[in-house]
Ligand binder design. Structure first.
Ligand SMILES: [Zn+2]
Length: 315
């Protein structure tokens, strides 16, 4: 969307250089820049609890393949709510969880499509008048229902190829089904791991030795370090269920007992990194438990030690 005329007063805009932006449409009367933008809509990949996909047909868009549910958010409506509303309006299915996957530019319509995975409970469709048909597809059928190169196809691929890498510092087997869901509540324990005397588990979390990027247990620094990880894919500690929170605490007690016996540390650091900026290198919540020793050079330095240095002052 480009503004030749001012949407406020209707006068023709001039062009101005504003900061780094050259030739920005500018209304001299209202003293206001009118930056061009692309409309934004939401696109939902609808998935049930068994990873079946629901797609629709709308003959005015495409007659030869199925498509996802798309729509414009209402003014002031959060995009997640728009996803829930559109899916319900067009298919009759209530959305339990919404997870953002990525954004896609639709060149023909100069539109940004925000792609979401929308988890619903499997059910019968009650389609709206705008929709010609809706159909469930088993996981292996879904891709062939979609037009190659369409945005719903890209969203589908991004969803199923979602690389769920394991957190730095875990000794887990690297087998995670590609459908290991992005939804915290789909709790069928996608992680596969083998327990030995170094590894611990309870109902919903495991405790495993921290390892470096090559899978080796630390033996010179971070001695005796462990991580606690939910068995389901939980992106951050803010997504932990009450049960996982409780089981994390229980695991912490289990590990402390083991570590006290084996390493007899003089202290502990315990913490989560949340988000890339805060140093989270893998999309799983993982709680670090780091034994500390009085003879190590950084003895006496806590979690905030580096962060509170003057070099870390924001500009
Ligand atoms: Zn104006």
């Amino acid at each position: 969307m480009k503004f030749t005329f001012c949407p406020n007063c209707g006068n023709k805009n001039t062009k101005r250089n504003l900061g780094d932006d050259a030739n920005v449409p500018y209304c001299e009367t209202c003293q206001k820049p009118w930056f061009p933008f692309s409309y934004t809509c939401v696109l939902a990949l609808v998935i049930d609890e068994n990873s079946n996909f629901a797609f629709i047909r709308q003959s005015y868009i495409n007659t030869c393949s199925y498509i996802g549910i798309a729509g414009y958010p209402n003014p002031e409506e959060p995009y997640e709510e728009a996803v829930k509303r559109e899916v319900l309006e067009e298919t009759g299915l209530a959305v339990n969880h919404v997870q953002y996957i990525g954004s896609y530019y639709h060149e023909k319509r100069d539109m940004i499509m925000l792609g979401f995975a929308a988890q619903v409970s499997h059910g019968e469709f009650k389609i709206s008048k705008e929709v010609d048909a809706a159909k469930w597809f088993a996981p292996h059928e879904a891709e062939s229902a979609l037009g190659q190169g369409t945005i719903i196809h890209k969203l589908y691929k991004d969803y199923v190829n979602r690389k769920i890498s394991l957190p730095e510092g875990t000794a887990l087997d690297k087998t995670v089904p590609s459908h290991a869901s992005v939804f915290p509540k789909q709790r069928e324990a996608p992680l596969k791991y083998s327990l030995n005397k170094e590894k611990f588990e309870n109902d919903s979390v495991i405790g495993v030795p921290s390892t470096d990027e090559n899978g080796n247990v630390y033996d010179k620094t971070l001695i005796g370090s462990y991580v606690i990880i939910p068995k389901s894919h939980v992106p951050t500690p803010f997504d932990l269920s009450a049960k996982e929170w409780h089981d994390t605490k229980t695991m912490l007690d289990t590990l402390k007992k083991q570590l006290d016996e084996k390493y007899n540390p003089d202290g502990y650091n315990i913490g989560w990194n949340v988000g890339h900026i805060a140093g989270q290198t893998a999309p799983y919540a993982h709680l670090h438990i780091i034994p500390r020793y009085k003879d190590e050079p950084f003895a006496g330095k806590g979690i905030r030690h580096w962060l509170k240095k003057p070099e870390n002052t924001r500009p």
